[in-house]
Design a protein around this ligand. Structure first.
Ligand code: 2P0
Length: 357
């Protein structure tokens, strides 16, 4: 038996406040608009990945949530992430050979890997499981390979696993800049602000359903780009301005502005889904009732300040952003209006996000 090299890491989920929806290149995963997200805490929602490399392994193998994938060579996105990280490792090995000699350089780039990855939350229920999963794959490989590269550099590889994964390499507030190059060299994630920039902001996740979603994001966004006139308006005339305003709102910790843009962007994302032909429905009756309850809660506030913001991804589950002081009140309201509707019995939890390290 030869040696086994092993690394384990975890990655958090991110929830977009400016949504990514649409690709201009579906192999490199280049988006049609920039997006911005908040990274949630790792304890409640995370992917955990262990990767082993050994000269004895006969082929690359993958276990997702304990089940082995039949043929990893068919998983193009995984192959792309593996190929790109191995390429960087190969370059690093060349450098190591020059510095410390070939006899002291482990040729990890040539070894097959065994990858075990699991989520502690429902997969594919619109809770960004592919984001944390691919971020974790690329981050763990980078650790195993000891790659001397920045997280922004790694974000370009994670992006090729799943677009939103590039944002999960950072904590706090993260922008995915769409870039303009055809080779994807400037389509990358950057941190807008670290999580301790705005420690009062919390996210409350309401699991409306943990069933697998009907239309995958990948398929859904392709259909939207192919059929929706509204998405063109969003790409050209809405998102560029919103990215600037949202960045300003975050830097100034302006919850009113943050909340309004968050809700408007969620609404527009679901509007382009409805504008897709045939239409895509991610919200259900409970989701829409949550929108009404939060709208009512905000308008009942005499000062005119917004107290909470809802956002929904490609599924019916709500994420509610609010200053920490409002969270107990929001939980009471949700519990009152939705005593049994949410996740087979009232499952919701506060989730103070924190930096990925
Ligand atoms: C987002 N979503 O910005 C948006 C909002 C869903 C709604 O990113 O095809 O799973 O793997 O690049 O990243 C979901 O898209 O799609 C997503 P692929 P991904 O978070």
């Amino acid at each position: 038996m030869g040696p086994i090299y092993e690394k384990t890491a975890t990655s958090p989920v991110n929830i977009a406040v400016i949504k990514y929806w649409g690709k201009r290149d579906s192999v490199l995963i280049l988006p049609t608009n920039s997006s911005l997200s908040v990274t949630l805490s790792q304890e409640n929602l995370q992917s955990k990945t262990t990767i082993r490399a050994s000269p004895d392994f006969k082929k690359d193998r993958l276990w997702l949530n304990g089940v082995e994938e039949a043929d990893v060579t068919k998983n193009k996105r995984l192959q792309n992430c593996l190929r790109e990280t191995r390429r960087l490792r190969k370059e690093y090995e060349k450098k190591l050979c020059e510095e410390v000699g070939a006899e002291n350089t482990i040729p990890l780039s040539e070894y097959n890997v065994h990858i075990c990855s699991e989520n502690n939350f429902p997969t594919a229920a619109g809770l960004a499981s592919s984001a944390s999963g691919f971020a974790c794959l690329v981050y763990t490989l980078a650790q195993l390979y000891e790659l001397p590269v920045s997280d922004t550099e790694l974000s370009k590889i994670a992006r090729q696993g799943s677009g939103s994964a590039c944002r999960s390499l950072f904590g706090g507030f993260v922008a995915w800049e769409m870039g303009s190059q055809d080779d994807g060299s400037d389509s990358q994630a950057i941190q807008v602000a670290p999580k301790d920039h705005w420690p009062e902001l919390e996210a409350l996740i309401c699991v409306v359903s943990d069933a697998k979603k009907g239309t995958s994001s990948t398929e859904g966004m392709q259909n939207t780009v192919a059929t929706s006139p509204l998405i063109q308006h969003r790409i050209k005339h809405v998102v560029p301005e919103r990215m600037k305003s949202m960045t300003e709102a975050i830097l100034k910790r302006d919850f009113r502005k943050f909340a309004e843009i968050t809700m408007r962007d969620s609404n527009q994302f679901h509007a382009v889904c409805l504008d897709t032909f045939p239409p895509i429905f991610y919200l259900n009756d409970v989701s829409r009732a949550i929108i009404r309850v939060i709208t009512e809660y905000n308008s009942s506030n005499e000062s005119g300040e917004l107290k909470a913001a809802y956002t929904f991804d490609a599924g019916p589950n709500a994420v509610i952003y609010a200053p920490r002081e409002n969270i107990p009140e929001i939980i009471n309201i949700i519990a009152k209006y939705f005593p049994g509707d949410i996740d087979n019995g009232n499952e919701y939890f506060t989730d103070p996000y924190h930096l990925f390290s």
